[in-house]
Write a protein that binds this ligand. Structure first.
Ligand SMILES: Nc1ncnc2c1ncn2[C@@H]1O[C@H](COP(=O)(O)OP(=O)(O)OP(=O)(O)O)[C@@H](O)[C@H]1O
Ligand SMILES: [Mg+2]
Length: 594
């Protein structure tokens, strides 16, 4: 233990003040009290430092010592992150639970990565080579699902003086030395530290061209997300935000998933923590944990660590992006994060802006979403960080500050609708109140990789759904029977779209996820029925004769009847649609003539 750099003079919840006797830096990490609780300096005034403490401060008293760490809040990056669970300041929850039991005491410190674990390192660079930040030095098979590339850390370039032979190493071992053009040699190991509030550098930002497929039809087809963009998902209480995030964790086509449980219910996160090791990646058949990192800060954990958790999460996401991976960061929820910001700001006595949030809420949100992106990394690879954050607006009010500001900084907005959720219409994504600003950028990908039908079909389907929404208002005023047949058909077809396409149960074995090819096929079947229905109306077939066709019920059920590898079944349904629509109404006409 080093000599104290100051002593506490005031304690106010998670905020404490100390009079310092040594120079302290803003954002420097400090250890407070005899238990050495972790904190961070967030304000300095003369020799008085204000600190937020990431742990429970109940046992502290004035006069307690404060030690300096010498640096800002940082995380350790290296093999062993995948499959692990951390709190907001990267304390390893799983290993702490093993050593301390389920109820963590204060001041419990363990290195984020297991120090004794050996990793099989295979060098790929040779001694004597000129190396730059981002260049690969070697590879560690971190899990059976992922190669962990050991790269020259940002800011380092020079000649690789030596490199370790193939073999097993600890994260603290030196693997090589780099001699810069001037100055002392720099050691490079399996792990590195990075300041969480500073984005990791990259070479160039790239445009959105590839979708981040989620397996959820309403998202992939109607409100698609691209690799490297950000989406906000606002929804009131019980509208399905957490279930959706869990589904994305399982099905989204990302190499690595970072799940930040931020201020949500402890039991949900505990359940996830327990379940994760047993969950199987539905696409690879391997354990999901092999490509997942969990950052958990539940509602009953100290507020400042919640504020730190999204930075901890996004820094780990950028680290895997730099290796050339596509990483998805899920945050549940940024509203609870913003509440932490509000609480700290209030205790600091800052002048509140909208609804008590500090005036820097918007710039903090912007800085967070800015860390999403598809990039060329320093080493010349392509990688991306995509962010999807749930927002829980109080009372479902979408005009509140967190929702509004998130809307400004994200290209996709998936609004969850209370009424749909109450009617158990999951996922309760509202077609009227959601949007994606990247759908046009993704059209070439869908055209080349899946089908040229995607773009025109989604546009036509959206038009039908919008028209139906307008017609419902009219029907409420004048009664549906007074509407012309074409409009009544639009209403029926929209219902079929909702039932047969938009609704997707997370618990349906065949339909929990939907491949791009099946999405387009289902959509084209529904539109086929619509077009043939319009033709039939032209032959004076009544709407009720069309909606009574057996194929309508089959269409509504098709999503659960035919899974991703049973698309041929959908082709057979297409023949039934053609046959039944062609003969629709014949019986009635014969009846009318006789
Ligand atoms: N995609 C889905 N498929 C089937 N059921 C769902 C789906 N989404 C949500 N549900 C049902 O709705 C319930 C509530 O969902 P969830 O806990 O995700 O809501 P939430 O928006 O996270 O709520 P809160 O605001 O309390 O955090 C779930 O327990 C589940 O029964
Ligand atoms: Mg929830």
């Amino acid at each position: 233990m080093t000599a104290p750099a100051g002593h506490l003079i005031e304690i106010s919840g998670a905020l404490v003040r100390a009079r310092c006797t040594a120079p302290v830096g803003l954002n420097e990490v400090v250890y407070v009290g005899d238990d050495r609780l972790v904190g961070e300096v967030i304000a300095l005034e003369g020799d008085v430092a204000t600190m937020q403490v990431y742990e429970e401060t109940a046992g502290l008293s004035p006069g307690a010592p404060v030690e300096l760490s010498g640096g800002p809040l940082s995380v350790t990056l290296g093999p062993g992150l995948l499959g692990a669970a951390f709190d907001g300041i990267q304390r390893p929850l799983d290993r702490l639970a093993l050593s301390q039991g389920d109820f963590l005491g204060c001041g419990q410190h363990l290195a984020p990565l297991a120090p004794d674990r050996l990793w099989e390192f295979r060098p790929t660079a040779a001694a004597g080579a000129a190396v730059h930040a981002g260049d690969e030095l070697g590879v560690v098979r971190e899990t059976d699902s992922l190669d962990h590339r050991i790269l020259v850390p940002p800011g380092i370039a020079g000649t690789l003086v030596d490199i370790a032979a193939p073999g097993a190493y600890r994260t603290s071992d030196r693997l090589g030395r780099v001699q810069p053009a001037s100055g002392a040699t720099v050691d490079v190991g399996l792990a590195q530290r990075w300041r969480v509030r500073v984005p990791r550098p990259f070479r160039q930002r790239l445009h959105a061209t590839t979708p981040l497929l989620t397996g959820q039809r309403v998202l992939d087809t109607f409100f698609p997300l691209s690799c490297g963009s950000a989406a906000g998902m606002p929804g009131g209480f019980g509208t399905g935000k957490t279930v959706m995030q869990h589904e994305l964790c399982r099905w989204a086509r990302a190499d690595v998933i970072v799940f930040v449980g931020c201020g949500e219910r402890g039991n949900e996160l505990t359940e996830m923590l327990w379940k994760l090791p047993d969950l199987v990646d539905p696409r690879s058949g391997r354990p999901l944990a092999e490509r997942t990192i969990l950052v958990a800060n539940t509602s009953n954990m100290p507020v400042p660590a919640r504020e730190a958790s999204i930075y901890t999460g996004v820094t780990m996401a950028e680290y895997y992006r730099d290796m050339g991976y596509h990483v998805l960061l899920l945050a549940d929820s940024t509203s609870r994060w913003a509440e932490a910001l509000r609480e700290i700001s209030g205790r600091l006595g800052e002048i509140p802006a909208e609804e008590g949030y500090p005036s820097y809420l918007s710039s903090r949100l912007a800085a967070f979403y800015e860390r999403a992106g598809r990039v060329v990394t320093l080493g010349g690879r392509e990688g991306s960080v995509t962010i999807i954050s749930a927002i829980s607006p109080a009372g479902g009010d979408l005009t509140e500050p967190v929702t509004r500001h998130t809307q400004r900084f994200t290209g996709c907005f998936w609004t969850l609708d209370k009424r749909l959720a109450e009617a158990r219409g999951f996922p309760a994504v509202s077609v009227e109140d959601s949007y994606s600003m990247v759908s046009a950028d993704l059209e070439p990908w869908w055209r080349d990789e899946v089908s040229p039908d995607w773009a025109p079909h989604r546009r036509e389907a959206l038009t039908v759904l919008e028209e139906a929404a307008r017609l419902r208002h009219t029907a409420r005023l004048v009664g549906e029977d007074s509407l012309p047949d074409r409009q009544r058909l639009v209403l029926r077809v929209a219902e079929l779209f909702e039932e047969g396409f938009l609704r997707q149960s997370a618990y349906d074995a065949k339909d929990a996820s939907c491949s791009p090819a099946r999405q387009v096929r289902l959509l084209s079947l529904l539109l086929d029925f619509y077009h043939r229905g319009l033709d039939a109306l032209g032959r004076s077939v009544p709407v009720r004769a069309l909606t009574a066709l057996p194929v309508v019920a089959a269409l509504a059920r098709a999503k659960s009847t035919f899974g991703d590898d049973e698309i041929a079944g959908l082709d057979r349904l297409a023949i039934q649609i053609a046959d039944q629509c062609a003969s629709a109404g014949k019986a009635e006409m014969v009846e009318a003539v006789s």
